[in-house]
Design a protein around this ligand. Structure first.
Ligand code: GDP
Length: 315
């Protein structure tokens, strides 16, 4: 039986990945911050606050997983401006601790671990080329992106040093499990509440930002495929199609049965971000070619699934 260790197992991606691995017969271990977090049934939980605790190396050595998926992170670009030091720790230094632990076990000949890093399109900052691929210049514009860029660089360095470490550069990926700190869920939850007369208006930031939104379970599958591939590498995972935040609002409000979205949405300057990429669009042709990965759910289907879920929660 294969053994996997997932950090960030209680998040959107961690929960989808845990389900995928359990369905494939894996023994799944997960790192959780505290006992209050809800862990997918069947996962062996290990309580460890990565923000303050450096015992991840001991955990890796005791679990001896075949695969490690590093999904733990401060996940919000916006919050990374409020807490750059914590971002550096969680999104950066922890990855160094983990890779060093994996290399030690590798060098000792104890166990060869395949390491998969959940990297991010934010490492490209506000890219001047579209679509972006694995060769695009890494030039982050937020503390979140800077820490993810450091981790991305580390993965490459440890790979050069013999560790089977892959960096999967994920573009935005959504689902009903997204918290409302992300714009998609904020919009679908509000559209549902507005359609039921429970809320009047919605405040948003930059409506012109264009994002390449995919379906989170597809992205969990990409992480899995990267771990299975014989050669560790960097892979962009994206749909290749971008939509504006405005497009998302319009589609969500139509789906929720609210005709007049323009009268319901207000732009708040406080929600605008420094360094916000005007356009993100990923070229996943390498992941398609090498991993056989492709997205299965398109923009309209993502919006519909999220709105329908939020409507169902209210009825
Ligand atoms: P991120 O790209 O991982 O930070 O995901 P988000 O869903 O937080 O943000 C996606 C885009 O939506 C960014 O360009 C934000 O600037 C934009 N955006 C516009 N209004 C909002 C808002 O009210 N909340 C959030 N989170 N993002 C917003």
């Amino acid at each position: 039986m294969k053994r996997a260790l997932i950090t960030g197992v209680t998040g959107q991606d961690g929960s989808y990945l845990a389900e995928l691995l359990l369905a494939r017969g894996y023994e799944v271990h997960g790192v959780t911050r505290d006992a209050d977090e809800v862990v997918t049934e069947g996962v062996t939980a290990h309580e460890l606050d990565l923000a303050t605790d450096s015992s991840i190396a001991e955990l890796i050595a005791s679990v001896e997983p075949n695969e490690i998926y590093n999904l733990a992170a401060l996940s919000s670009v916006y919050q990374s401006w409020q807490n750059p030091t914590l971002t550096a720790r969680l999104n950066g230094a922890v990855v160094a601790e983990m890779l060093a632990a994996v290399k030690l076990l590798h060098d000792r000949g104890d166990v060869d671990i395949r390491f998969v890093q959940a990297s991010s399109a934010e490492i490209f900052g506000a890219p001047t080329v579209a679509p972006q691929n694995e060769e695009t210049v890494v030039r982050p514009t937020s503390p979140y992106g800077a820490a993810k860029a450091y981790a991305h660089g580390l993965v490459g360095a440890y790979r050069t040093a013999g560790v089977a470490a892959s960096s999967v550069i994920l573009y935005n990926h959504e689902s009903p499990r997204r918290p409302e700190t992300f714009v998609t869920r904020k919009i679908t939850a509000a559209a549902a509440r507005i359609s039921k007369g429970l809320q009047e208006t919605l405040e948003l930031g930059n409506l012109d930002a264009q994002r390449d939104w995919g379906w989170a379970p597809d992205y969990a599958n990409a992480l899995f495929l990267a771990a299975q591939h014989s050669e560790a590498d960097d892979f962009v995972v994206a749909t290749g199609v971008s939509h504006s935040v405005r497009d998302f609002v319009e589609a969500a409000f139509v789906r929720a049965g609210v005709a007049d979205w323009r009268e319901r949405v207000q732009v708040a300057d406080s929600l605008l971000r420094s360094g916000d990429a005007p356009v993100q669009m990923g070229d996943a042709s390498k992941a398609r070619r090498v991993l056989g990965w492709s997205p299965t759910v398109d923009f309209d289907e993502i919006v519909a699934a999220m709105v329908d879920h939020d409507l169902a929660l209210l009825s």
